[in-house]
Design a protein around this ligand. Structure first.
Ligand code: ADP
Length: 153
């Protein structure tokens, strides 16, 4: 049983993310989509609670999409990704690389996570046609009132 942890903010979950999940299902038996946020970023308890609520809402929305996919699970977390991977008994962390910019960040994170717990990171390259798609661009377009359905699964 090979389970992989796919961590990220997924704010929002885009077609790029969905494509990575689909491709990972060809390599692993189970994909756990792990929505994380660093609540330690703020001391404000109210803010922390709001962050947790937003994360839970995002998780519910993504879980809805995979309600019939028995090999996909959605969780939320506020601790270290490598620790969550261990708790979930994942054999690896799954990430994706769209560009050189992603590459450098992912290499550093993979190194830290391997150092902490010995867990490996499997990286899939984004499909070229989805490589320019990012959650932050989608969020920005939504703020300006644009219809972003073409970017969402
Ligand atoms: P984070 O904030 O942790 O980077 P994201 O939700 O932005 O989380 O991304 C989670 C993972 O999905 C990352 O590995 C990221 O590179 C990947 N990803 C994001 N957008 C795309 C896309 N359009 N195509 C393929 N992978 C993507």
């Amino acid at each position: 049983m090979k389970r992989v942890l796919f961590p990220g903010s997924f704010n929002p979950f885009t077609r790029g993310h969905a494509d990575i999940v689909e491709r990972a299902l060809l390599l692993f038996d189970e994909v756990v989509i792990a929505i994380g946020c660093n609540v330690q970023k703020t001391d404000d308890a109210q803010k922390q609670e709001r962050m947790q609520q937003e994360m839970a809402a995002r998780a519910a929305c993504i879980a809805q999409r995979y309600v019939h996919a028995s090999r996909v699970r959605v969780i939320t977390y506020t601790t270290l990704t490598a620790e969550v991977a261990q708790q979930q008994q994942a054999c690896a962390i799954l990430r994706s690389v769209r560009s050189i910019k992603d590459y450098e960040y992912e290499m550093q994170m993979a190194d830290v996570n391997r150092h902490l717990t010995g867990i490996e990171t499997v990286v899939l390259f984004a499909r070229p046609e989805l490589a320019s798609l990012s959650s932050s661009v989608v969020r920005e377009l939504q703020q300006f009132g644009y219809d972003t359905t073409e970017f969402l699964p």
